[in-house]
Design a protein around this ligand. Sequence first.
Ligand SMILES: [Zn+2]
Length: 255
Amino acid sequence: MGWLKNRRRRKLLAAPLPAAWRGYLEANVRHYGRLPTAQQAKLRDLVKVFVAETNWEGCGGLEMTDEVRVTVAGMALLLAVGVEPSYYFGGVKSVLVYPDTYLQPPQWQDNLVVDEDGIPVHGEAWHGGPIVLTWKETLRGARDEADGRNLVLHEFAHHLDGLDGAVDGIPPLAGRAAHDNWQRVARAEFEQLVFSQQHNQVTLLDQYGATNEAEFFAVATECFFEEPREMQHHHAELYRALSGFYRQDPAVWAR
Ligand SMILES: [Zn+2]
């Protein structure tokens, strides 16, 4: 990072968050209200930088507004609140937002034979590319902090997964021991989820996570931030592994 960027960030961080932005966080990002005070302040700082440094694009007729930017940023940077030194998703150059489900062009879908018109989707994270979201599902997920589903957390978790080069469900953990532990815990949990899905068993984790290890990591991340107490109870090792990666303990947040 160059010193110009550093200086720009210092300026951004020194300026107060616009009152309207705080209002968007409070109204739309329900997790924000649950965070301890110090982490709320950290999240506000992360939001300032991410909103300023990211290219935002409204697609399919969506008008890009501060509310859209701040809601997406507030939700996404929740993932980074525990990380020191501060992490701003610098690798996410662009966020594209559609109003509602959009058709994913068929040529974008690797190894899948699909209808020529494409399939309707709510979001994607391109390896080394933009994150694509729908405003409808972003807002729905952000305003319900405990239903286990959160599009923004899901797509940004894919981005984190890819930081070490491969979107393979193994996030960039510090150190060999944490890495080995993650592989052991996640593999067992993934296989259990696949088994449960095949046997029509009800699970806390969204069974979309049985698709592959990458989806498992994204789904586990949603569960960790949305249903932390349930996860801690039913998937204690997975909870601890995620807590180690995100350096957060959402099970102790206010209800
Ligand atoms: Zn996914």
